[in-house]
Write a protein that binds this ligand. Structure first.
Ligand code: NAG
Ligand code: NAG
Ligand code: NAG
Length: 354
């Protein structure tokens, strides 16, 4: 299920309320009363979708916070979970999950391995999810239509106890966090001449041998891939700004998660973490690739990809995904709006800034 991913993450927080105000007013305004949280994305924000649709996430995933696998590719909570806490909503149930779900305050359409564009790959080859962003959008449209239908007078006996009210859709926070799998597929499938190995993630950096000068940056990240991620984010931001003039009733925020993650990777010790590219769970070294929760052969011996003794001091959990501690750190950086455009906290992102 691990598609190789880079620290480039794009986020858009979009929502649909139109109160116009000047920036200076934000501090004195009441918090938004979000009726729900709807999320679209990949493994960075999947709270159980790909796990429900395919193979369940196994132990030791989830060990730190949930104390058992919880459909998330981390040892605990994701940035999306910290966002939910920050704006006062429960964690978001995966749309594809059928057991013990709660859609009173939103739903999560993200699945591990999702891309923006449909790819000619499968979950079995390359770990690419069939639920690309366009499919997630179709799922949301269906979800909304069915909820509206259930609340209509035609279904007096329908069980709506776990569903939100139709009027709440327009008062919800919609988040999108996707893009890095599109880049990683590109890096994998480009011609040999174009193909240069990958970002700051050990799943990629552990493959680099005898790099040419300048190939890696001073933190050991693959420069070319991060340059590509930054270019992607520059173009995304330009599109977001354009979108604001097209969707004049919506308040749309661009969130630069890349900068938060790179800051953590470049100054890990300063923030109380170990070396940035060390993996807590599994073994990703030169010639050894035993992923978290799997078993493999190392030096002729069968070895299990177990977790490290102290996950909270690691940034990287499994070679692709961050630990809960790193997710919390990133959430603290972005939720107050300091890396957002416009720079308003998630609690106030319903106000449209002019
Ligand atoms: C997938 O394959 C089809 C047919 O060969 C092609 O038209 C399409 O562009 C490919 N998509 C991607 C994302 O590579
Ligand atoms: C496996 O062998 C390499 C050298 O051949 C050594 O550096 C490494 O520590 C060994 N790993 C284990 C778990 O014994
Ligand atoms: C947001 O939080 C980060 C991390 O705690 C802090 O460095 C930054 O100054 C804060 N920014 C604002 C605008 O509060």
């Amino acid at each position: 299920m691990e598609s190789s991913v880079k620290p480039a993450v794009i986020g858009i927080l979009a929502l649909f309320i139109c109160v116009h105000l000047a920036m200076a007013d934000v501090g004195i305004l009441p918090r938004c009363s979000w009726a729900g949280l709807y999320n679209f994305g990949d493994s960075n924000s999947d709270t159980g979708g790909i796990s429900a649709a395919f193979t369940p996430v196994s132990s030791p995933y989830g060990m730190t916070f949930f104390k058992k696998p919880a459909g998330r590719l981390s040892d605990g909570r994701l940035v999306l979970d910290f966002l939910a806490e920050y704006i006062g909503l429960p964690y978001v149930s995966a749309y594809l999950d059928t057991i013990n779900t709660d859609y009173r305050h939103g739903a999560n359409f993200a699945t591990g391995g999702s891309t923006i564009r449909r790819q000619n790959e499968t979950i079995f080859k390359g770990g690419i999810s069939p639920f690309s962003l366009d499919i997630q959008t179709v799922q949301f449209t269906q979800f909304k239509a069915r909820i509206i239908d259930l609340w209509s007078s035609g279904h007096p006996a329908a069980d709506k106890s776990q569903l939100q009210r139709p009027g709440d859709f327009s008062k919800a926070l919609f988040t999108i966090d996707i893009g890095q799998n599109d880049l990683s597929v590109g890096f994998r499938t480009l011609s040999k001449q174009q193909l240069r190995p990958v970002g700051c993630l050990p799943v990629s950096t552990s493959n680099v041998r005898n790099p040419e000068p300048g190939y890696l940056d001073r933190y050991g990240c693959i420069r070319y891939q991060n340059d590509m991620a930054m270019e992607f984010n520059r173009q995304l931001k330009a599109r977001v700004i354009k979108l604001r003039s097209e969707l004049t009733e919506a308040a749309i925020t661009y969130v630069d998660i890349y900068t938060a993650k790179y800051k953590l990777i470049s100054s890990t010790k300063e923030y109380g973490f170990y070396e940035p590219l060390k993996v807590c769970c599994g073994h990703l070294e030169k010639n050894v690739r035993i992923f978290c929760g799997t078993t493999g052969i190392m030096n002729g011996t069968t070895v299990h990809g177990d977790a490290c003794a102290n996950p909270p001091v690691y940034v990287i959990w499994d070679g692709v995904h961050m630990t809960e501690a790193a997710n919390r750190w990133v959430a603290n950086q972005i939720l107050n709006g300091s890396l957002s455009d416009p720079p308003i906290p998630a609690t106030h992102a319903c106000y449209k800034h002019l």
